[in-house]
Each structure stands twice: as structure tokens, then as C-alpha cells.
Design a protein around this ligand. Structure first.
Ligand code: 4AD
Ligand code: MG
Length: 467
């Protein structure tokens, strides 16, 4: 007999009945009566299961007894039209091989408790659930869509270092990288750790952003983007912060702040539209199971023009809200860094759509941002989203050597590891801009999941680094 090749469930569900097939996967459920059993089989290729119809007399009680939720099996049989509702086809089993049994008394996903909190305690198994399957398939599609988007626009994918000797970005506390013996740290004459003895001969850390190196690329290749993991040792235990998260950072020569905003808006709309077009089954599952406003929110973001608002105007709106009786946990006045509650008020309550906030006070933003004529604000741009708050942060960059150096001096920053960066302004400086999209923040929006620990397979947060 001809050997049958395995077909993925996703493809089986679209095939015409009347052929012999081989399916492999994990059992979601088994039910039935004395004569017939129905097995729902999933192999991770889709949120949908294929139904296996088992005639007990044909397959044997012994084999069937080994099959329970979580077991891994291979099924050969005929793909037939399904009589039950819910699916077009099902497999009438002719032979079943049990690859791996799954003890119902011990399988952690057997429990009734399927809350995100519980699933975090069995992080090694949670990818087997429908919910994490959906989230991780969407994550995969979004990563692909990001590369495709920039590729189609001629951006160069630039690999910036994960280990860095630069601490200039100031985007967050850094994790040190060292091979020094922590029980016997060599000291210099001042009694400080002697990093000349360290692996790189200097102090190094994990990067918080690839931007500064990205600017080297953009001022040579024109338009680049980075997409990689970044590390921030902030002790912020919130549903929106990870210590290790993935960051997408485009950087473009000859873009001013308006070009920067246009790209950010187009980019994010493209990604949301891509999710609706290419991940509909998974998005629909999450919509129906957890958040029935999800699809409507995604569709609305794709259609609406984002609000573009100066920080100063935003503060006026928030101060007016306070005067009208709205209570915020943190006070608001010109000069403060906005908290997530303020961002969400603007987006969800006041405008009812995404907001791009620009012209922030220079004192709450990074040294490299283009300074406005007024001497007080910079061409920063944050994109604020419903349910999330800040999803993108970026700016036009200060292209003037004099102004950049003055700002570095004003902030009392060390130039020791920064001369290479300043050279971009010293030699052939050009107007340029860029921004960073937090990949997991995007996924929070696209999946409707509310805790950032649940949109990354292996979350790293304070006091938590399993696996
Ligand atoms: O606003 P941030 O700190 O900007 C930068 O890193 C710039 N270098 C970007 C640039 O202009 N090239 O971070 C960018 C985005 C934030 O808007 C947010 O979406 C995300 O990164 N982000 C985090 N995501 C998860 N966990 C954290 N701890 C995050 N910190 C920032
Ligand atoms: Mg930011």
C-alpha cells in the first residue's frame, strides 16, 4: 500500500472528502458512547481541531483506553463529510498509533482552572492551550509582517549589538554583562571593580535599544530597521513591562518629524490590518472567548486618522479634566512625564482614538532629540493606544553638532563612549528621525490580552526567569 504523508490539520479542514489521510497531533477532548468515540485533535497549525470518529470495535478498547486529553496520536483514515455541525470534514479512523500517553491525574492542563494566572504557573505547558496557540501564531505572523513591511519599502534590516559598551540611551536600567568572579572582583587603585580585567576589557551591558547604532546605519544606508530583544532592569512590575522584550526600531535619513509620524501611523495600521487579514481565526477566537470588543477595536484603528497633538495641548486637556472632577493617581502639570492613566484618558475618554503626542518638554526626553526653537521642547513623538498607553516612542534627531554637544554637556553626560555617535553629526550630518515599537505592546493590542507576560512565550520580569 502506498505510504500516506502527514497532512496538517489546517490543510485537512480545507480538503475535499473522499481521500485517505494521516493526521498527527495532541488530543484536546475525547467523548462518546459504547460504540463510537469522538476525538478532537489539534496539531498547532490552526485554532481549529479535526474531529476523529472512532469505531471502538474497529480500533479496539485497548488503544482507546490510552487516549486521553493531552495524548499524542497519529491517525490514519478516510476524510469524510462531517454529519455533525461545526466542521465540513472529519476523519473516520482506520488505525491509530499512540505516540505518547498523557496521565489524566497528572497533566497540568487537565485542571478546570484555565485562567492566565494559573497557566503562568505551568509556563512550560501553556503553549498547548488554545489561547496560547492563538497568541503565538499571531505573534509569528506579526513578526513576519514587520519584516515584509520594511522590506517592501527598501529598508535595510540592521543587526545592532545585544552586548553594548554604551550606556547613553538612558532608556532604562541596564543588566551588566561580566565574566569577572563575583566572589573575588579585581579592584583598581581607586578600589572600584577593574573592568580592564573583564572579558571585553571594559564595562559592558545588555542593550536597552539599538537606536544609537541604528543611526550609524541610517546615516550610511538611508533607511534601516532593527528587530531584536532588548533588556531593561527596571523594577516595574506592571502588566505592560518586561525585563526582556522585543523592539522594532526604524531609523530614516531625511525624514522630519511629520514623515516620522506618517510612517509610524502607516506601519501600525498595516500591522493591525495584517492581523485581521491573516490571523482572523485566532483573533476571532480571542474576541469570542475573552474580549468581544477586540475585532471592532482593530477595525476602528485601521480606519481612523490618529489625532496629532502637542504635549502642551494634551496637558491643558488633562488639567481641564481634573478641574471637571476626573481623579488621577498622579498629578498633572506642564513638565511632568505622562503616566499610563493620563495617556489612556486622552485616548479612550477624550478623543476615542489613537493619539500621537509631540513636542514634549526636553527635560523628560532623551539627549538626542531635535530641540525646538523655543528652547523648552523637543520633536519627540509618542503614539498612544487604547488599553495600552504608549506603544511607540520616537523623535526627529538633533542633527546640529553644536546643539547636540551643548545638550550632552548640559546633562553632564560622559562623552567617553559617545564620540562614535557624535561623529554622525561631525561628518556629513543629515536630518533624520526614527522610533521604537514595543513588539509585545503591539501584541497586547492585537490579541486583546491584558498582561504582557501572556504575549511572550518565556517572560522575564523581576524575580522571574524560568527556563
Ligand atoms: O520609548 P522607548 O524607551 O524608546 C526607545 O527605546 C527609543 N530608542 C526608540 C527610538 O526612537 N528608536 O521604547 C520604545 C517602546 C515603547 O514605546 C514601548 O512600546 C516599548 O518600547 N517598551 C517596552 N515594552 C515592554 N517592556 C518594557 N519594559 C518596555 N519599555 C519600553
Ligand atoms: Mg518612551
Amino acid at each position: 500500500m502506498e505510504k500516506i504523508v502527514r497532512t496538517k490539520v489546517k490543510d485537512l479542514l480545507r480538503m475535499k472528502p473522499g481521500q485517505d489521510v494521516l493526521a498527527k497531533g495532541w488530543v484536546r477532548t475525547k467523548r462518546g458512547n459504547k460504540e463510537i468515540a469522538f476525538i478532537a485533535l489539534n496539531d498547532g497549525s490552526t485554532i481549529n481541531n479535526i474531529q476523529i470518529v472512532v469505531d471502538k470495535a474497529e480500533i479496539g478498547a485497548e488503544v482507546l483506553a490510552k487516549i486521553s486529553t493531552g495524548a499524542c496520536i497519529a491517525v490514519t483514515g478516510a476524510l469524510v463529510e462531517s454529519v455533525g455541525s461545526g466542521q465540513a470534514v472529519e476523519i473516520k479512523a482506520r488505525a491509530i498509533e499512540v505516540y505518547g500517553e498523557c496521565d489524566p491525574m497528572r497533566y497540568p492542563l487537565q485542571k478546570k482552572d484555565t485562567s492566565f494566572e494559573y497557566l503562568r504557573t505551568v509556563g512550560h505547558m501553556r503553549m498547548r492551550t488554545n489561547t496560547f496557540g492563538a497568541v503565538l501564531r499571531i505573534r509569528n505572523q506579526m513578526a513576519f509582517a514587520i519584516h515584509e513591511y520594511f522590506h517592501s519599502k527598501g529598508f535595510v534590516y540592521l543587526h545592532t549589538p545585544l552586548i553594548t559598551a554604551s550606556d547613553a540611551e538612558g532608556a532604562g536600567q541596564m543588566f551588566q554583562v561580566t565574566t569577572l568572579d563575583l566572589n573575588n572582583v579585581p579592584k583598581n587603585k581607586k578600589g572600584e571593580p577593574d573592568f580592564t580585567k573583564d572579558f571585553f576589557g571594559k564595562q559592558t551591558s545588555l542593550t536597552v535599544s539599538g537606536q544609537l547604532e541604528g543611526e550609524l546605519g541610517a546615516t550610511a544606508l538611508g533607511e534601516i530597521y532593527t528587530f531584536g530583544p532588548t533588556f531593561r532592569a527596571e523594577n516595574s512590575n506592571t502588566p505592560r513591562h518586561l525585563a526582556e522584550f522585543w523592539l522594532i526600531e526604524p531609523e530614516m535619513a531625511f525624514y522630519d518629524t511629520n514623515d516620522n509620524m506618517d510612517l509610524a501611523e502607516d506601519f501600525i495600521k498595516h500591522l493591525v490590518r495584517y492581523a485581521l487579514d491573516h490571523c482572523y481565526d485566532d483573533v476571532k477566537f480571542l474576541n469570542d472567548r475573552y474580549d468581544d470588543g477586540l475585532i471592532a477595536r482593530l477595525e476602528s484603528v485601521v480606519k481612523t486618522d490618529f489625532v496629532r497633538l502637542e504635549y502642551t495641548e494634551g496637558i491643558k486637556i488633562l488639567e481641564q479634566a481634573v478641574a471637571d472632577g476626573v481623579q488621577f493617581e498622579y498629578p498633572v502639570s506642564w513638565g511632568v512625564d505622562l503616566q499610563s492613566e493620563h495617556e489612556r484618558f486622552l485616548v479612550e475618554k477624550h478623543f476615542g482614538k489613537p493619539v500621537i503626542l509631540t513636542g514634549y518638554p526636553k527635560d523628560i526626553k532623551a539627549f538626542y532629540m531635535k530641540q525646538d526653537e523655543n528652547g523648552k521642547t523637543v520633536r519627540a513623538m509618542d503614539v498612544l493606544f487604547p488599553k495600552i498607553g504608549e506603544i511607540i516612542g520616537g523623535s526627529e534627531r538633533e542633527a546640529s553638532l553644536e546643539k547636540l554637544e551643548a545638550r550632552i554637556a548640559e546633562l553632564g553626560m560622559s562623552r567617553r563612549n559617545l564620540e562614535w555617535y557624535i561623529d554622525t553629526r561631525r561628518f556629513g550630518s543629515c536630518p533624520h528621525s526614527g522610533f521604537g515599537l514595543g513588539f509585545e505592546r503591539l501584541l497586547l493590542f492585537v490579541t486583546g490580552v491584558t498582561n504582557i507576560r501572556d504575549v511572550i512565550p518565556f517572560p522575564r520580569t523581576p524575580k522571574n526567569a524560568e527556563f
